[in-house]
Design a protein around this ligand. Structure first.
Ligand SMILES: Nc1nc2c(ncn2[C@@H]2O[C@H](COP(=O)(O)OP(=O)(O)O)[C@@H](O)[C@H]2O)c(=O)[nH]1
Ligand SMILES: [Mg+2]
Length: 258
C-alpha cells in the first residue's frame, strides 16, 4: 500500500485507483452541506471521523466517466486546531492530502470567510474558492468581482447559489480541472514581518526530507513558531516521524512562548 493510500485510509477514505478525493472546507452555514448534497445526491455515507465524535460525511459523484469522492469537513473559522473540529479539518488537509479542496464562502460576508481561506491556501495549493449565497449577496446589493478575487489570490473562484443549483456545474468542471492537474493554482502567500520570515526560513531548513515530501514546509514552520504542539504529535501519529531537530529550533526562536 502506498503512503498516500495508507494515510487516506486512516481517515476512512478508500479511493480506488483513478478516483480523486475532494475536500469541502468552510465556515459554518456557508452552504457546504447543500453543495455536498447537490453533488453527491443519494450516494452518501455518514459515520464518525476515526477516533472522534465528529460526524463525517462522504459521498461520490461522477464527471465525464471519472469518479470523485467528496468529503464534507467540519465547519470551522480557522485551522489552528483549537477544537476537535479544527483538528479534524486540518489533519485531513495535511495528511489525507485531497486532490482538490473547495473552500465554500458566504458572499454576504466574504471578508470574514477569507481568514479560513488563506489558512487553507497555506496548507495546499490545490484550492478552489466557491463564493456561495451569491443570490443573497445580490439581494443585499453586494457585488463580488470573482475575476479580481481569483487574480489577487492566485486560485480559481466560482460563484454559486447552491440552493437553486446555480454555478454547480461550473464548480464541478473546476474541481475536475484542479484535481486532474489541468489547472495548477498558485495561492498567494501571506508575507510576514522580516523577523518572522527569518524564523520561518531557519525552522524550514531543519525539517527532515520525509516531512518535506508530505507537508508544506512554510506552513509547518509557522505552526512550530506558533508553539503548536498538536501538529508535532500528529506528525508522529500519521507519519511515524519521531526524531528531528525542529523542536530545538522552536525553543531557540520562540523563547517567549516556551
Ligand atoms: N439563499 C441561499 N441559501 C443557501 C444557499 N446555500 C445554502 N443555503 C441555505 O443556507 C443554510 C445553511 O446551509 P448548509 O448547507 O447547512 O450550510 P453548512 O453549515 O455550511 O453545511 C441552509 O438553510 C441552506 O438552505 C444559497 O446559495 N443561497
Ligand atoms: Mg453542514
Amino acid at each position: 500500500m502506498s503512503l498516500s493510500t495508507e494515510l487516506r485510509a486512516m481517515f476512512n477514505i478508500h479511493p480506488e485507483a483513478g478516483t480523486a478525493v475532494i475536500a469541502l472546507a468552510g465556515n459554518p452555514n456557508t452552504g457546504k452541506s447543500t453543495i455536498f448534497n447537490a453533488l453527491t445526491g443519494l450516494k452518501q455515507h455518514t459515520g464518525n471521523w476515526p477516533g472522534k465524535t465528529v460526524l463525517q460525511a462522504q459521498g461520490t459523484f461522477h464527471l465525464r466517466g471519472q469518479k470523485y469522492i467528496l468529503v464534507d469537513l467540519p465547519g470551522t473559522y480557522s485551522l489552528l486546531a483549537n477544537s476537535v473540529e479544527e483538528m479534524v479539518a486540518r489533519d485531513f488537509l495535511c495528511f489525507a492530502r485531497p486532490d482538490a479542496t473547495v473552500v465554500v464562502t458566504d458572499a454576504t460576508c466574504l471578508e470574514r470567510n477569507l481568514n479560513l481561506t488563506l489558512q487553507v491556501m497555506e496548507i495546499t495549493n490545490k484550492v478552489i474558492i466557491c463564493v456561495n449565497l451569491i443570490d443573497e449577496a445580490y439581494r443585499k446589493n453586494i457585488f463580488i468581482d470573482t475575476d479580481c478575487l481569483a487574480r489577487e489570490l492566485g486560485v480559481p473562484v466560482v460563484a454559486t447559489a447552491a440552493r437553486s443549483g446555480l454555478g454547480l456545474s461550473e464548480l464541478k468542471t473546476m474541481i475536475e480541472a484542479v484535481a486532474r492537474g489541468k489547472i495548477v493554482p498558485s495561492p498567494r502567500r501571506v508575507v510576514y514581518d522580516p523577523d518572522i520570515e527569518d524564523a520561518i526560513a531557519r525552522v524550514e531548513r531543519q525539517i527532515p526530507a520525509e516531512i518535506r515530501e508530505l507537508l508544506n514546509t512554510r506552513w509547518l514552520a509557522l505552526r512550530i513558531i506558533d508553539n503548536d504542539v498538536s501538529i508535532l504529535e500528529n506528525l508522529r501519529k500519521y507519519c511515524r516521524v519521531s526524531e528531528w531537530g525542529v523542536l530545538r529550533e522552536r525553543y531557540e526562536y520562540c523563547p517567549v512562548s516556551s
